[in-house]
Design a protein around this ligand. Structure first.
Ligand code: SF4
Length: 288
């Protein structure tokens, strides 16, 4: 009951998306994007063109609010790209970039939504591995996921077949998960799923708004989050704050000093932690 009230409150204050948000992708491949965390990354969008499709509704999402969270809700969802269409688009982009002498650091499944929602995610991963092995051997195949679909064994199996798994965890308690990420699941469900996926990097966005209603930077919230990390045992943690226009326009960047304090708590708990969004010289010993 309390949870549904919290979700209703989160929905009630969502203002309309603005024109300055990131545009949705036209097709399957985008970039290469110069990413703070992934280097020169060729983005792969698995959600239907022009449709943001996500199980979460993050306050900081650069693509705006999620209009859809279930893949069967509208006929448009029939327009998922097929595994062969994804492979063909990525192969063509790699060939074109290679002809221009461009280097890639990663091939990254991300895009405007949750990539593991693709109904044939396992086949997509299989097809992409074949393309990578053939045309870009040595370039890691990565995913950015919100960790909301990990109760499905076939999603976990597909994730395990990738080279790098960057999994979102912005909160260690359900109330914060709801306000920051607009999630309907509990943090216990997210943690249970993350514990089943091997060799993950946790990526955590820290944000707050002027009212304090959305805020995952407070001491107690951070303690809960570090407790969740301790249960998940990731191989590394990435901490950062917004650097693009967020869905909720009143969010603020977290000062570098606070990000560094948060990172220090992660390191004291025994995990590698890289900080993004602070001057390189301050980022600390774990910054690559
Ligand atoms: S999980 Fe990613 S795509 Fe989904 S709402 Fe959050 S930031 Fe946006």
């Amino acid at each position: 009951m309390a949870a549904s009230k919290a979700a209703a409150r989160a929905r009630a204050v969502r203002p309309a998306a603005t024109a300055t948000l990131m545009a949705l992708h036209e097709g399957i491949v985008y970039g290469p994007v110069r990413s703070r965390r992934l280097g020169r990354s060729l983005g792969i969008n698995l959600t239907p063109a022009h449709l943001k499709l996500c199980t979460f509704n993050c306050s900081y999402c650069q693509y705006g609010w999620s209009a859809h969270s279930r893949r069967t809700a509208t006929p448009a969802f029939e327009h998922w790209p097929s595994p062969s269409a994804v492979a063909k688009a990525v192969a063509s982009a790699i060939r074109a970039l290679s002809a221009q002498g461009e280097r890639l650091d990663r091939l990254t499944l991300a895009g405007h939504g949750e990539p593991t929602l693709h109904p044939k995610f396992r086949e997509v991963v299989r097809a992409l591995r074949a393309v990578r092995d053939d045309l870009a051997p040595g370039v890691p195949l990565a995913v950015l996921s919100n960790a909301s679909t990990l109760e499905q064994a076939e999603v976990r199996e597909a994730l395990a077949a990738l080279d790098e798994r960057y999994m979102k965890l912005d909160a260690g308690d359900t109330a914060t998960l709801r306000t920051v990420n607009g999630a309907t699941m509990t943090v216990e469900q997210v943690i249970a799923g993350l514990k089943k996926v091997p060799d993950i990097v946790i990526q955590s966005m820290f944000v707050r708004d002027r009212t304090g209603r959305i805020d995952n930077t407070g001491d107690l919230t951070v303690i809960n989050w570090v407790g969740a990390l301790d249960r998940i045992r990731p191989k590394a943690v990435q901490v950062y704050t917004i650097d693009r226009i967020p869905a909720f326009p009143y969010l603020q960047q977290v000062p570098a000093a606070r990000l560094l304090e948060i990172a220090q708590r992660v390191r004291l708990a025994g995990f590698r932690c890289d900080v993004y969004g602070v001057p390189e010289a301050l980022a600390g010993p774990d910054k690559a």
